[in-house]
Design a protein around this ligand. Structure first.
Ligand SMILES: Cc1cc2nc3c(=O)[nH]c(=O)nc-3n(C[C@H](O)[C@H](O)[C@H](O)COP(=O)(O)OP(=O)(O)OC[C@H]3O[C@@H](n4cnc5c(N)ncnc54)[C@H](O)[C@@H]3O)c2cc1C
Length: 423
């Protein structure tokens, strides 16, 4: 069965995934005379760097999600289909999806990455990941449900398990979520639950390597850890999770931490789609591509963003799995489609490192620009401005800005809602 997509005389570019890379690419390709078919398992683009604020009740999901149909509603040559891609037949130029087959002239896979539980099924079943808005909302529900459970519990040990939150993974996501939870414990929760003693609530951050924010410089790592400790987060480095039964986190180092809330931010794995040649298999679920994002021995198949692995002297293990490489690859490939259209040679991709940053709490952030590192209040302001600028849509920018200002002044947003269907 074929999916119902209008036939066109124009060449068809099928883009799988409307994340940072796929979205930028679609916008660029539409500047040339192609038919663009964007498929995604969600009907919206998600701004992943602010998931942790949805999870900790700082922002509404709608302020960091953007419906594809709204973004492209003025484009005649654009078609969106909500579906999951299952397989690719490169020899027949067909994408197999849950709504039927889609024929392509050019295919671009921009499916990003998912949470990596490193094969531990028990952890996968019980821990809470944060790789989609739906998961961030599920996390928000769990955090506030556990607090309701804690206040109802007369058993000291049970109450402690409900109160404690363990975050695994000391990358930017783990650091940001742990820092925000610690601030919430100090400034918000005691007002909401005056009967509860929050000095007993533990926020624990576990990291396998010797430093948090391991991908950043020594000075940023040290500062971020200092900020976390100041906020009252218990930070354990060189610590590895062995198992989790829903009640206790068991560490390889022997200790057991009681908690009913385990947040997993410890690793990602590429969303590779089956049907590509075996020799394109790269470590971490990624796909080897050349400097034009093209897959070897597959006619007109390109891969970009988190799921792509482009080896170079500067990046022998591929580019960092962050927004900028995805956006820049999307832009370069989009411009290459213009060259394809005009019969010109393609331009190789060159990554321009714009730096990296992470925030730990109010007035506390670390920023690394190519030639300059700084921390503290100014870094925090830079973090706010960069993220605000990157959010799509004027209304969303305005809503996020208002939320931040209100939160900064009052320490008290009213988003601490448990929203789920009745069982
Ligand atoms: C919590 C969190 C915080 C982050 N913070 C930062 C940050 O501060 N700075 C930074 O630079 N990076 C950050 N990142 C990483 C950044 O978001 C990714 O590097 C970036 O999104 C990669 O872009 P992409 O286009 O490759 O994939 P994505 O943006 O992940 O998009 C992939 C798209 O493909 C769709 N998809 C996947 N599989 C299928 C399928 N089989 N069928 C149909 N559709 C499919 C998905 O629904 C999604 O829309 C963060 C990530 C997370 C999870």
């Amino acid at each position: 069965m074929d999916a119902n997509i209008p036939i066109s005389e124009k060449k068809r570019v099928v883009i799988v995934g409307g994340g940072f890379g796929g979205l930028k690419l679609a916008q660029e390709v539409l500047k040339s005379d192609f038919q663009v078919v964007l498929v995604d398992r969600n009907n919206y683009h998600q701004f992943q760097p602010l998931f942790y604020q949805v999870a900790t009740a700082g922002l509404e999901p709608s302020s960091i999600a953007f419906p594809f149909r709204k973004i492209f509603h003025d484009e005649k040559n654009f078609h969106f289909r909500l579906t999951d891609v299952k397989n690719i037949q490169t020899e027949n130029k067909i994408v197999e999806t849950t709504i039927g087959n889609i024929q392509y002239d050019y295919l671009v896979i921009a499916t990003g990455a998912d949470t990596n539980f490193f094969g531990n099924q028990r952890i996968k079943e019980r821990a809470l990941p944060m790789k989609s808005i739906a998961e961030a909302l599920a996390l928000r529900n769990t955090i506030f449900q556990r607090l309701e459970d804690a206040i109802n519990s007369v058993n000291e040990e049970e109450r402690q398990k409900c109160l404690n939150i363990v975050v695994v993974g000391g990358g930017a996501t783990g650091v940001e979520v742990a820092g925000t939870l610690a601030e919430m414990r100090s400034f918000i929760l005691p007002k909401d639950y005056p009967e509860m003693d929050f000095s007993k609530m533990k926020i624990v951050l576990l990291e396998g390597s010797p430093r948090v924010l391991n991908a950043m410089s020594e000075v940023s790592c040290v500062k971020a850890k200092e900020y976390l400790i100041k906020l009252g987060v218990e930070v354990y480095n060189n610590t590895h999770v062995l198992d989790y039964d829903g009640e206790y986190v068991e560490l390889k180092e022997g200790e057991k931490i009681p908690t009913k809330t385990l947040i997993w931010a410890a690793g990602i794995i590429g969303n590779r789609i089956s049907g590509l040649p075996e020799k394109s298999d790269a470590p971490g679920g990624r796909v080897f591509v050349d400097t034009f994002n093209q897959v070897a021995d597959c006619e007109n198949v390109f891969v970009l963003g988190d799921v792509a692995c482009m080896i170079s002297d500067e990046y022998p293990r591929g580019h960092p799995q962050m927004a900028q490489p995805a956006i820049q690859q999307g832009k370069n490939l989009g411009e290459n489609f213009k060259r394809i259209f005009n019969g010109k040679p393609l331009k190789p991709f060159k990554y321009k490192n714009l730096g990296s940053m992470a925030t730990v709490g109010r007035n506390k952030a670390v920023v690394e620009l190519p030639n300059y590192n700084f921390q503290g209040f100014f870094a925090w302001v830079v973090w706010l401005v960069v993220h605000l600028k990157s959010i799509l849509g004027i209304k969303n920018k305005f809503v996020v800005f208002l939320n931040w200002v209100w939160n900064y002044i009052t320490y008290n947003l009213s988003l601490r809602l448990i929203i789920k269907p009745r069982k």
